[in-house]
Design a protein around this ligand. Structure first.
Ligand SMILES: [Zn+2]
Length: 250
């Protein structure tokens, strides 16, 4: 096997672990716990989960989605997140122009997935993830022969600047928070990774996706779309940034 094929295999295996970790992170944010400690336990019976029951994808299948001790259901999201982590690694392998591009691309997509899951679960975009996105964004710009770091800095500045201005304007007009600071930080990362020119497309795609989902949700519930319903817009920005990164390869 070539070095690139080894790397591809490694990233795909890591994808399941990354998905598992991100799902656990979001779950701990929901419960107000740290990701570092305590070690993972069953939410129902409190039994510590052994390493054998933490093998991504396989453990869930082997245990048929139930706790080994008490039989409580393990949320399906855990399994879906692990599969999504693998799928994103496959996408990065498929899109990549070089081994470095492949590794950075996989980290880029996993980080965006983590941001999406956290925003959907608790309306939060953790600094650790927005920070990692910014670093990865600079990495992508440095690695791409058609781009440079100066462009990445401009992209980060424009992304964060525009969203900061929107945040301030919204607060002045409506008298309450519309966009979180997490969104501002995430836009710096997206601007660094994709460049300033991609930002209008990312924002528009996110808005269309968010509107589409809100309308579908309203039709589903048989209600009128609520004007004041909170939307995890960061999740849609993350999804849009992933789509725009993949798009040139389609
Ligand atoms: Zn249990």
């Amino acid at each position: 096997m070539s070095a690139a094929a080894h790397l591809a295999f490694f990233l795909i295996v890591c994808g399941a672990a990354a998905g598992s970790f991100l799902c656990a992170w979001a779950d701990r944010l929901v419960h107000g716990e740290s990701i570092v400690s305590p070690p993972s336990r069953c939410r129902c019976c409190g039994t510590r989960i052994g390493w054998l029951d933490k093998v991504p994808v396989f453990s869930w299948l082997w245990l048929a989605g139930k706790c080994r001790t008490c039989g409580a259901k393990i949320p399906k999201q855990v399994f879906y997140c692990e599969l999504a982590g693998v799928a994103l690694a496959v996408v990065a392998v498929w899109v990549a122009q070089s081994p470095m591009h492949m590794a950075l691309g996989a980290i880029w997509l996993w980080t965006l997935m983590g941001l999406m899951v956290c925003d959907l679960s608790v309306f939060r975009l953790p600094d650790a993830l927005t920070g990692l996105l910014l670093m990865t964004g600079f990495g992508l710009a440095w690695e791409d022969p058609g781009r440079d770091l100066a462009g990445a800095f401009i992209g980060a500045g424009v992304g964060a600047g525009v969203f900061l201005a929107l945040r301030i304007a919204y607060r002045a007009l409506r008298g309450r928070e519309g966009l979180g600071l997490g969104d501002v930080k995430m836009m710096a990362g997206i601007g660094a990774g994709l460049g300033a020119m991609a930002l209008p497309v990312v924002t528009l795609t996110a808005a269309v996706l968010a509107l589409g989902v809100a309308l579908l949700g309203a039709v589903w519930r048989g209600a009128r779309p609520g004007g004041d319903q909170a939307i995890a817009f960061g999740a849609y920005l993350a999804l849009a940034a992933a789509l725009v990164w993949v798009w040139p390869a389609v």
